[in-house]
Design a protein around this ligand. Structure first.
Ligand code: HAM
Length: 433
């Protein structure tokens, strides 16, 4: 093989996928705007330590998949390409003092992310997420808003069979001193006890997870761990009273607003910052990871963990690449951007500048137009316009007048002055449009 190739897991997007990505992205921004979420653009790299602390050092995303950048001269810290957007959004919330704004602060972004994972269909090393964060409200109402928004976004794209798998992963703040002996810390011990008898069968990585962070065993992909996880105790049987009440309010609230959910008692998600509500948007019947279109959860300890005042938060991210794959599989891809409606051709090579000027004038008037800038014979130029699917061709005659040829009706007018022809072609495009 000669020449350069795109790096493994980093794709070129050609039509019709490029247009479909753009379309799904536009719809994402529109959904966020409609719900009053402020747009935020975050840097593509942050301090590695931000992700290590937020997402967790034992998560796959940090321990195996983080792209760290080699420090450059004046870099005081090691940077990493962002593997997700939540940590950056929370960092920005703290850095810009958004706590002084009315709470919750609603933020939305569409972000390109990087994870060093084994590439396969639906899993890439560079991918795009539609990400929503609502920071500063701990009540169940905002959970309903956010979960519904993601479900509605997917449904409105045409993915009407999306399922919401819902769980609560409890909290980490309950302590006997606060009258609470259940919830996450107690559950983690139950989980440890469940896996300990099979410790010898687990991989090295999962053995160390058993020691340091047993919750991560529930999203391990190792066969021995997956097998044992199937019979693991459910965290929903171990919630403290506050977490149980929150979960019940979210569950009944979703039923009230008509979002159907499937209980998923072993869903913990692969990131350490989650507390309480956690969910995924799944497409039934898809292979492997492809059906996992998105996921989200509460992160009530994250602002504090990153150095801010204790503040609850919740959000989701939906993978645009997987959305586009699902649309493609269902024959729902939007029509790719087509060729221009009008082509401006010319009899003589000297008319090239005039053709470019007319095409620019048509575009300025709102039409889609391009000039044929070649020195080909007029017949070839007309063939090119037909191949492009143009509705009409304007031909610049040797005397400077213009001839309008309607490619749909296969009719041609007499040569005329520029103003009249441009008005006629704009009317034609409007009627066809
Ligand atoms: P996540 O589950 O890691 O959550 O990613 C969310 C979605 O991003 C996945 O469901 C999938 O559609 C897409 N995705 C993840 N990795 C890849 C990949 N390698 N290739 C293609 N698509 C991928 C988060 O990232 C959290 N930050 C979500 C969140 C926001 N939680 C609270 N706020």
């Amino acid at each position: 093989m000669s020449g350069f190739q795109s790096p493994r897991g980093l794709r070129d997007l050609l039509e019709p996928l490029a247009s479909a990505h753009g379309w799904a992205t536009d719809r994402a921004w529109a959904a966020a705007d409609a719900a009053g979420y402020a747009r935020i653009e975050l840097p593509i790299a942050e301090e590695s330590a931000l992700f290590e602390r937020a997402v967790g050092g034992t998560s796959d995303i940090v321990s195996k998949e983080l792209y760290r950048l080699e420090p450059r001269g004046d870099d005081a810290v090691t940077l990493a390409l962002r593997p997700e957007a939540t940590a950056g959004a929370v960092r920005a919330y703290i850095q810009h003092g958004m706590r002084s704004q009315p709470q919750p602060v609603r933020l939305a972004t569409v972000a390109q992310l990087f994870r060093y994972d084994r590439p396969q269909k639906g899993r890439y090393r560079q991918f795009t997420q539609f990400d929503i964060e609502a920071i500063g409200d701990g009540g169940p109402g905002i959970d309903l808003e956010v979960i519904e928004m993601g479900a509605a976004y997917l449904r409105d794209l045409g993915l009407t069979d999306v399922q919401v798998h819902l769980n609560s992963v409890g909290c980490t703040t309950c302590r006997p001193a606060y009258g609470c002996t259940t919830c996450r810390p107690a559950y983690v011990e139950t989980l440890r006890a469940h896996f300990t008898p099979v410790v010898q069968e687990l991989s090295q990585v999962d053995q160390s997870r058993l020691a340091t962070n047993p919750l991560r065993l529930l999203d391990s992909k190792e066969p021995a761990t997956v097998k044992r996880a199937a019979s693991a105790p459910a965290i929903t049987d171990h919630l403290c009273a506050d977490c149980a009440a929150h979960h019940a309010a979210v569950t009944t609230g979703l039923a009230t607003i008509g979002v159907a959910v499937l209980p998923a008692p072993r869903l913990v998600r692969g990131l350490d910052y989650y507390t309480r509500t956690a969910w995924e948007y799944l497409l039934p019947g898809e292979q492997g990871q492809q059906g996992a279109l998105g996921g989200g959860g509460r992160y009530d300890g994250l602002v504090e963990l990153l150095g801010g005042t204790p503040t609850p938060g919740i959000g989701f991210a939906i993978g645009i690449d997987r959305v586009v794959l699902a649309l493609e599989a269902r024959g729902l891809l939007p029509i790719a951007a087509s060729g221009p409606a009008i082509v401006v051709a010319g009899i003589e090579p000297e008319s090239v500048a005039e053709r470019v000027a007319i095409a620019a004038q048509l575009r300025a008037a709102g039409a889609s137009a391009r000039a044929d800038v070649s020195t080909r014979k007029i017949g070839k130029q007309l063939e090119g316009a037909v191949r492009d699917g143009a509705l009409a061709v304007i031909i610049v005659e040797p005397d400077g007048r213009l001839t309008l040829r309607d490619l749909v009706k296969a009719s041609q007018a007499e040569p005329a002055e520029r103003g009249g022809v441009i008005a006629a072609v704009l009317r034609l495009v409007q009627n066809e449009g």
